[in-house]
Every structure is written in structure tokens, then in C-alpha cells.
Design a protein around this ligand. Structure first.
Ligand SMILES: *[C@@H]1O[C@H](CO)[C@@H](O)[C@H](O)[C@H]1NC(C)=O
Ligand SMILES: *[C@@H]1O[C@H](CO)[C@@H](O)[C@H](O)[C@H]1NC(C)=O
Ligand SMILES: *[C@@H]1O[C@H](CO)[C@@H](O)[C@H](O)[C@H]1NC(C)=O
Ligand SMILES: *[C@@H]1O[C@H](CO)[C@@H](O)[C@H](O)[C@H]1NC(C)=O
Ligand SMILES: *[C@@H]1O[C@H](CO)[C@@H](O)[C@H](O)[C@H]1NC(C)=O
Ligand SMILES: *[C@@H]1O[C@H](CO)[C@@H](O)[C@H](O)[C@H]1NC(C)=O
Length: 254
């Protein structure tokens, strides 16, 4: 092969590597399809916020509640808070490969979280609190290595807290309160060394309180009240390690 051919080949290899992300993660049409699928799964929108606004005639980046990246022009944020929407999340939402922020906080969304959401590897912020979601908290949630904020507060999630949640090393807010969670608080919860807020209130959690919790020095709020927990609190460790703590609620429903 001559030199110019090598240069051309090298150029193609470089481009392939650099563009791979864009190639494999589709394009803005994929994002539009995914959001239109979400719209189609919204069965009640009393304020008519999406009906005409989420239209194929305008770019998804101009749709209400949607933000796009400046570099990629791909959907990075969905923010549909307190809009009285009723509906379910279709699997298509898992195609939004650039999604960073996903908030449906304070609506009437129901059903379970489709497994396809496991593809949202860039998520930093997942706020589904104050809805009617049910099913389990899927273990794939532990694969969102960038996740900082996880709010599933006040839903109908059942089953156990997946151990994989303890792998979310960047997590600083964890709201799982007011659900139907059973079983024990995972021992490895002490791995969450950046956690500031831990809310597990109002579930059916049982067993002891893992000691690791009292070694998370960043914790400001621990609310594990209204569960079926037992055992004791290591007060000496608590006051030595936890200088940021503002709220400690262990009050029991028993
Ligand atoms: C997106 O990709 C599809 C093929 O996968 C192509 O048909 C479409 O024109 C592309 N859209 C944009 C806006 O690039
Ligand atoms: C949709 O809503 C956004 C935000 O309120 C607004 O900027 C945009 O002009 C609206 N688009 C249409 C087509 O109504
Ligand atoms: C994500 O949400 C946070 C907090 O609301 C905000 O500071 C950030 O700018 C948002 N980013 C995107 C890409 O929407
Ligand atoms: C959403 O509604 C809740 C409860 O009504 C309220 O506490 C909260 O401040 C609202 N949030 C926003 C962003 O409007
Ligand atoms: C998006 O997701 C749906 C359901 O998971 C799937 O059927 C579809 O082929 C996916 N891909 C694109 C490019 O829309
Ligand atoms: C958590 O991380 C450990 C090591 O970092 C890994 O071996 C394990 O498979 C992960 N667990 C889950 C449930 O993701």
C-alpha cells in the first residue's frame, strides 16, 4: 500500500472511532420517535400541554419540557414535572441514549419501569417521585454509573431494594420512601460515600440498620422511620463520624 492510501485508511479508522457513538446511538429522529411514543402513552393531559406542542412540525429540541445538548443536538433532558399527566413509560424511551435528566416528578404515571431503560447509561438525574409506578425497583438501576439523584419517593414499588443500588458511587440523593418495599436494607449501603439524603421512610423494611450507614460522613438526612426495623443505633460512632447530620428519624410504626 502506498502512503496516501495509508493516510486515507487511517482517516477512516479515526472517523469510525470518533463517530461510533453517533452511529450506534442513532440520531435525532430516534429521539423524536421515542418522545412521540411517550406522548402516545400519555392517556390524560388535562392542561393540553403536549397535544399541539409536541408536534413533528417543530424540532424536539423546542418541545415543552425537552432540552437538547449544544454539541450533539440530541435530547439530554426530559422535565415534565407536576403536569397532571397520566400514562405509562413505553420501552422506546430506552432509545434516548443521550438522556442525562429524566423527571416525571409529580404526575400520575403508572405501570412498571421497562427493562429497555437500562440503556440510559448517561443518566445523572432520575426523578419519578410522586407517581403511581409499581413493580419492582429493577436491579439494572445499579448500572447507571453516573447517577447522582434517584427519586422514586411516593410510588407503589414493591419487592426488595436491589443490592446493585449500592454500586451507585456518585449518588447523593436517594429517595425510596413511601412505597411497599420489603426485606432488609442492603448491608453495602455504606458504600454510598457521597450520599447526603437517605429516605426509606414508610415501607415494610425489616431487620437491623446496617452499621455502614453511620460511616457515611456526608449524610445530612437519614429518614428510615415507619418501617419494621429492629436493633440498636451505635450512638458513639454516630456522633463521631456524622458532623453533617441535620435530621435523624428512626421513629417506628410499631
Ligand atoms: C436518522 O437516521 C435514519 C436512518 O437510520 C435516516 O433515515 C434519517 O434521515 C436520519 N435523520 C437525521 C435527521 O439525520
Ligand atoms: C412549545 O412550548 C415551548 C415552551 O413553552 C415554546 O417555546 C414553543 O414555542 C412551543 N411550540 C409550539 C409549536 O407551540
Ligand atoms: C439536569 O438537572 C439539573 C438539576 O435540575 C440541572 O442543574 C441541569 O442543568 C440539568 N441538565 C440537563 C442536561 O438538563
Ligand atoms: C410539585 O407539586 C408538589 C406537591 O403539590 C409541590 O410540593 C412541589 O413544589 C411542586 N414542584 C414543582 C416543581 O412545581
Ligand atoms: C426503539 O425502541 C423500540 C422499543 O424498545 C424498538 O422497537 C425500536 O426499534 C427502537 N429503535 C429505534 C431506532 O427507534
Ligand atoms: C457492583 O460492582 C461490583 C464491583 O464494582 C461488581 O462486581 C458487581 O457485579 C456490581 N453489582 C451489580 C449488581 O451491578
Amino acid at each position: 500500500m502506498n502512503t496516501s492510501l495509508w493516510v486515507v485508511t487511517l482517516f477512516y479508522i479515526l472517523c469510525l472511532l470518533m463517530c461510533l457513538d453517533e452511529i450506534t446511538s442513532k440520531n435525532i429522529s430516534t429521539d423524536e420517535d421515542a418522545l412521540l411514543a411517550l406522548k402516545a402513552h400519555i392517556t390524560n393531559d388535562p392542561q393540553n400541554l403536549l397535544a399541539s406542542n409536541w408536534s413533528k412540525d417543530t424540532s424536539v429540541c423546542d418541545w415543552i419540557g425537552i432540552t437538547c445538548g449544544t454539541r450533539h443536538r440530541r435530547v439530554r433532558g426530559i422535565r415534565l414535572r407536576n403536569m397532571s399527566l397520566t400514562g405509562t413509560i413505553p420501552p422506546d424511551v430506552g432509545n434516548l441514549s443521550f438522556l442525562v435528566n429524566f423527571s416525571l416528578f409529580g404526575n400520575h404515571f403508572h405501570g412498571s419501569l421497562p427493562d429497555q431503560l437500562a440503556n440510559l447509561r448517561r443518566l445523572k438525574w432520575l426523578a419519578l417521585g410522586f407517581n403511581l409506578f409499581d413493580g419492582i425497583i429493577p436491579s439494572w438501576i445499579g448500572s447507571f454509573t453516573q447517577l447522582q439523584y434517584l427519586d422514586l419517593y411516593s410510588n407503589k414499588f414493591g419487592g426488595m431494594i436491589p443490592i446493585s443500588v449500592c454500586n451507585l458511587s456518585k449518588l447523593n440523593h436517594l429517595y425510596l420512601g413511601i412505597n411497599n418495599l420489603v426485606g432488609e436494607i442492603p448491608k453495602a449501603i455504606g458504600n454510598l460515600q457521597n450520599l447526603k439524603i437517605l429516605s426509606l421512610t414508610n415501607n415494610k423494611l425489616s431487620g437491623g440498620v446496617p452499621n455502614g450507614i453511620f460511616h457515611i460522613s456526608s449524610l445530612q438526612v437519614i429518614d428510615i422511620s415507619d418501617n419494621w426495623l429492629s436493633g440498636s443505633i451505635p450512638t458513639t460512632t454516630l456522633f463521631r463520624n456524622m458532623s453533617s447530620l441535620r435530621v435523624l428519624d428512626f421513629h417506628s410504626r410499631l
